[in-house]
Write a protein that binds this ligand. Structure first.
Ligand code: UT7
Length: 335
């Protein structure tokens, strides 16, 4: 295993938060032409959490709750943070960055704050940024949040998409440490040629009525599910293998795989190809659905708090999302 010298980027705290309201497959049967049987068999999802703004469940609220939990575990105060990076495509507003609202809500007054847009890969992209800012000596302590409230972008008449997603946030605190238990490497990739396999479409914009015709349309998600499925399996497999090789590891060395929770069938195809038995794959897609950028950090926090991770365990995180983007991170667990 490669252990590089110098400042080690180390995850020292995790946290997560999700809305109160659970929406089951049975609930969805009431509003769209679908069935619990179809959703469970094709995706592995049984329920998801859907936010309500009137319950303070905006993207920044969920992010702040996850962040405070991660800071508490890390034994750090918001004032210790040099940077707040939020991976999201569903910030509270088009601007400012959701990270700035999180900064305000947790009172991280010293930090620089910005968002990263990489679809469901937002968390792994943000982690890659944090890892390298710490290695470069530019920051000592960084909050990384993966969050999405995709429910605001869903067309609830479109059964192909509305049954897949849920809302939620996960956060980690990364600091400059030393020793072998660290983020070993993070690898990120994109293929803009495939952008139209999966994208969010704006709702009706404000245009001058005399300049352009107004065609009312809502926000909605567009996805070519089958194409995304195949690209997700092949891309995540290839990058996982590269990330493992980079660290002199094979799938057999991995204690726990944290895949993006989009579809149980994608997860098992990936696990088989990278030689990681399903007993070493962490999944919570049945309860959360696809929380986009929230998916991996929510799973990581849940696994850690359930005592399923030990210091020195080797973790592989692999993600895939709109862009198309994908990423993989190998971590020697430190807490
Ligand atoms: O997080 C970002 C990355 N996203 C992903 O990785 C998602 C990747 N794609 C997938 O997970 C799967 O392609 C889906 C779950 C989206 C769809 O599963 P599928 O097995 O690929 O189904 P399909 O799209 O081929 O549709 C099969 C049938 C169609 O009916 P016909 O044409 O065979 O009569 C659909 O109309 O299932 C129908 N269908 C549904 N039926 C009941 C599609 N959605 C539903 C639904 N309930 N919700």
């Amino acid at each position: 295993m490669e252990i590089s010298s110098g400042r080690a980027p180390v995850i020292i705290g995790t946290g997560s938060a999700w809305p109160q309201r659970a929406v089951t497959n049975q609930d969805l049967q009431e509003i769209v032409d679908t069935s619990d049987e179809w959703i469970t068999r094709r995706t592995g999802i049984r329920q998801r959490y859907i936010a309500r703004a009137d319950r303070n469940e905006e993207t920044s609220d969920l992010s702040a709750a996850a962040s405070l939990a991660a800071l508490e575990m890390a034994g750090k105060s918001p004032d210790d943070l040099d940077m707040v990076i939020v991976g999201t495509v569903t910030g509270d507003r088009p601007f400012p960055a959701c990270a700035c609202l999180v900064q305000k809500k947790i009172k991280a007054s010293r930090a620089a704050a910005f968002d990263i847009s990489a679809g469901c890969s937002g968390f792994v992209y943000s982690l890659s940024m944090a890892e390298n800012l710490i290695k470069a000596g530019q920051c000592d302590t960084i909050l990384v949040v993966g969050v999405d409230r995709i429910s605001v972008m869903l067309d609830w008449k479109d059964r192909a998409n509305c049954v897949l997603f849920g809302d939620g946030a996960g956060a980690v605190v990364v600091t400059a440490g030393e020793g072998p238990n660290r983020i070993l490497s993070t690898h990120i990739r994109s293929d803009g040629e495939c952008w139209d396999m999966l994208y969010g479409e704006y709702g009706t914009p404000y245009v001058h009525p005399g300049l352009e015709p107004m065609t009312p349309k809502p926000f909605h998600v567009v996805m070519e599910g089958n194409k995304v499925f195949k690209k997700a399996v092949s891309s995540m497999t290839a990058l996982s293998q590269k990330a493992l090789e980079h660290n002199g590891l094979t799938g057999k060395d991995i204690t726990m795989l944290f895949p993006h929770q989009a579809n149980m069938r994608i997860i098992s195809a990936l696990a088989e190809r990278v030689d990681i038995g399903m007993d070493r794959v962490y999944t919570n897609i049945d309860r959360f659905g696809n929380t986009s950028s929230g998916s991996i950090p929510i799973a990581l926090d849940e696994a850690h708090r359930l005592g399923k991770l030990r210091k020195g365990d080797l973790i592989l995180m692999v993600t895939f999302g709109a862009g198309i983007t994908w990423g993989a991170s190998v971590i020697s667990w430190a807490i």
